[in-house]
Design a protein around this ligand. Sequence first.
Ligand SMILES: [Zn+2]
Length: 208
Amino acid sequence: MNCNIIKDLLPSYADGVCSDETRKVVEEHIQECAKCRSLLTMLQQEITYVQPLPEEVKKAISPFKKINRRRYFNIIAAVAITFMVMVIGMSIYQNVGVVHNFFSPSQWGNVVIASEEDEWQQVDFSIFVDEPQDYVMFDSVFWKKAVVNVAGSDGDIRLRIKDDSGQIIIDDVTIKEGARLELKELKRNKKYYFEIQAPPGRYSINAI
Ligand SMILES: [Zn+2]
């Protein structure tokens, strides 16, 4: 049988709509002819690709599609809500002084050194506090327990810290202007008195 005739018959054979005689002829031919056999294979593959999904399969898939869409929406909503809460939280933290002070406590101290002398001078922590205060108390877990020689002070300072029995806890540490000293050894809920020595000038320190 001629390959060209078989080629004409192959589509209907692949679709399964040919007569029994045609089927027989095609099958006989493709057993012998590799070219027509591969043509048939290609045709059959094309048919499977083109065939749409059967209705039952579509019906079975669609609820999953819906669930996926809802889950996707939930994830987006969760992300959006988290973001909003963060933004609101940050703006409360930054704008509401009480909240800010609670989570980032700090206490500002001031010393004015008038003359050149080798004496320790006590830091006054009364700025931004209603009552005069000469001590620092790390009374919550939010204290970082550190002290900063605030940038803008008139220079480096030497610092020592006493507890309320007068015992020196930290002795004579130099803190450069703008630098920070960790005070991990200080305990919570105890009063500490800060003293500094420095050349004449104005010094600001910040206990944080
Ligand atoms: Zn052939």
